[in-house]
Each structure stands twice: as C-alpha cells, then as structure tokens.
Design a protein around this ligand. Structure first.
Ligand code: PBG
Length: 325
C-alpha cells in the first residue's frame, strides 16, 4: 500500500496541525432573554441552564459572557403587556430598548444584536398584524421598520429580522438609512424554516401562536431551492449577513447557501437543539461537551461563519481548554 490515510491520524499534534476547520470564540453569538421586572433570574423549564433575566440581573449575565470571551449577544424581549399591534415592540420604554441603553452603558465593548420580530409582543403570538386570521404582509412591514429603528436608536449595533415577511429587509434598510444609520448592518433570518425545533423557545418567550402555525410565512423544510430564492432576495434588499435556521438538521442548506451568496453566513442552533442535548446529557446518554463541540464544528464545516448558540459560553470554555477548535 502506498496510500495510507491513517498516517495522518497517528498523533494528536499532527491531527491538530492538518485540521480543515477551526473554530474561534470571535465567531460565536449568544442569545439571551430579557424580561420586565426586578431581581428576576428565572430558569426556563424547557431549556435547563438558560434564564429569563430582568435588566438588573442581565448585567451579571453580560459580565459572565464577557468573562467567557464571547463578544456578541442577541437579545430577545419578553414584554409585560401584549396587544394586537405589538406596541411594546417599538415603544421607547420597551424592554429591549431599556435593556440596550443599560447594557451599552455597562458593557460598551460587547456587540449587541437584536431579534426584530413581533411574535413576543402580539396578543395572538403571530409574527405580524392579522387581517381575517391571516398575517398581513405589507402592514406588518411598517411595524418591523419602526421596531428596528427603535432598537438602533436605543443602541443596537445590528438588527436581525426574524419574521419572514416579504420585503422586510428593504423596508428596514430604508428606514434606518432615512435616519442616518447607514452603517448599521442587517443580519436577516433569510432562510428560516417552519420548525418544531423552536418549541422550547416559544415556551421561553411565551410566543406560541394562539391559533394555527407559522407555515404561511416560515419555509417548508421539504424545500432547498426555495432557500436560494429567499437568500438571494434578501441580499438584493440589502441584507449584510444571511442567516440559516435551524442549524443541525439543515447543514445541507447552510452549505448550499454558503455557495450561493457572497455575504457571510450565520447559522442559528435553536432552542430544540439545545434542549435535546441537555436532556440526553442529563440522562447520561451522551457526553455533552463532546456533542456540543461536534455540532459546532459541523456547522462551521458546512460553511457558516457565525454560530449563534445557547452553548456559546460552554463552547468558549472548551476552546480555551483545547478540547475543541
Ligand atoms: C421570533 C424567533 C423565534 C426564534 C428566533 N426568533 C421563534 C419562532 O420563530 O417561532 C427561535 C429561536 C429558537 O428556537 O431558539 N420569530
């Protein structure tokens, strides 16, 4: 035998030398839930190890994030009141707006991304304004643009629309530009499938739709060409980073989209992915750290540049310890 692939596997120093994929803490983004109130640090039942924080407690979490070497967070808001028009989403004293002002003051070096959507703020839990029980695309755009602008005015460094309305990237870009925020990037959830993997998040954020589902706006997971269509449209509308979501069952899509567009690609390892790993690890069925590392590396290997994960702090620790990377 002349060719022996095992020659390159016989020592760790060599295996590490020739790795094709490396992961870096700088590419990790950590999602956090913020809610109204004081002294609240409430564990999310469906997501062990993840919490809903009131703004005062959020500051301690941001300290831990920063100590772990994570440079960016994505904020999700849980308002105290909801209505048909999601008014709390774009209120100047809304939960995200207040949290941003406080966080930017305390931790100015962190990079703040906000999820822009209405589902946490509507009484019916849908991601837009209803007309005859159907989410009306074009009237929703105005409210999304208003929400994005109010986040940026409160200090958001980047906005991430996750609603899946048609034309929302352009609507947000135009609104931000008209107020002079031409340098604020948009990371669009361009390729977002209607997925059962979001189940634990909806419990965390109290955002499950009161009736029906999200299939009239989020994508059908049987489709791949449609992912190209959505990604290309968002690029045309000015999206700076294209996100694919979920990650684990969608590595083929991440790969496809990384080869389709010329923007960076973000992949979101969603709540259901987190909860499955946590539950199985708790039962002793899997090695949590090993699984988390393998999931992360496979996502980068598929073509992601940014990895949004509830395991960001743990991953940073595994990278520091040289267990993964
Ligand atoms: C808001 C939004 C959702 C998630 C991110 N932004 C919920 C949904 O679309 O139902 C899911 C994130 C996760 O599951 O971790 N629309």
């Amino acid at each position: 035998m002349i060719k022996r692939p095992r020659r390159l596997r016989n020592r760790e120093v060599l295996r590490k030398m020739i790795r094709e994929t490396r992961i870096d803490k700088a590419a990790l983004m950590y999602p956090i839930f913020v809610q109204e109130g004081n002294q609240i640090e409430e564990e999310i039942a469906s997501m062990k190890g993840q919490y809903r924080y009131s703004i005062d407690k959020l500051m301690y979490e941001l300290q831990r994030v920063s100590d772990a070497g994570i440079s960016s967070v994505m904020l999700f808001g849980i308002p105290s009141s909801k209505d048909e028009y999601a008014s709390a989403a774009y209120a100047d004293n809304g939960i995200i707006q207040k949290a941003l002002r406080e966080a930017k003051k305390e931790f100015p070096n962190l990079y703040y991304v906000t999820d822009v959507c209405l589902c946490e703020y509507t009484s019916h839990g849908h991601c837009g304004i209803l007309r005859d029980h159907y989410v009306d695309n074009d009237t929703t755009l105005e409210l999304l643009a208003k929400t994005a602008l109010s986040h940026v005015e409160a200090g958001a460094d980047m906005v991430a629309p996750s609603d899946m309305m048609d034309g929302r990237v352009l609507a947000i870009r135009n609104r931000l530009d008209s107020k002079g925020y031409v340098e604020t990037p948009i990371m669009s959830y361009a390729v977002k499938y209607a997925s059962a993997f979001y189940g634990p998040f909806r419990e965390a954020a109290g955002s499950a739709p009161a009736f029906g589902d999200r299939k009239s706006y989020q994508m059908d997971f049987h489709n791949k060409k449609e992912a190209r269509k959505e990604a290309l449209l968002d690029v045309e509308e000015g999206s700076d980073i294209i996100m694919v979501k979920p990650a684990l069952s969608y590595l083929d899509i991440i790969h496809e989209i990384a080869n389709t567009v010329d923007t960076p690609i973000a992949a979101y390892s969603v709540s259901g992915e987190y909860s499955m790993v946590k539950a199985a690890a708790q039962m002793g069925y899997i090695d949590e750290a090993a699984i988390v590392g393998e999931m992360a590396v496979s996502t980068f290997r598929a073509g992601a540049n940014v990895y949004i994960t509830y395991f960001a702090k743990e991953l940073a620790q595994y990278i520091n310890e040289g267990r993964i990377g």
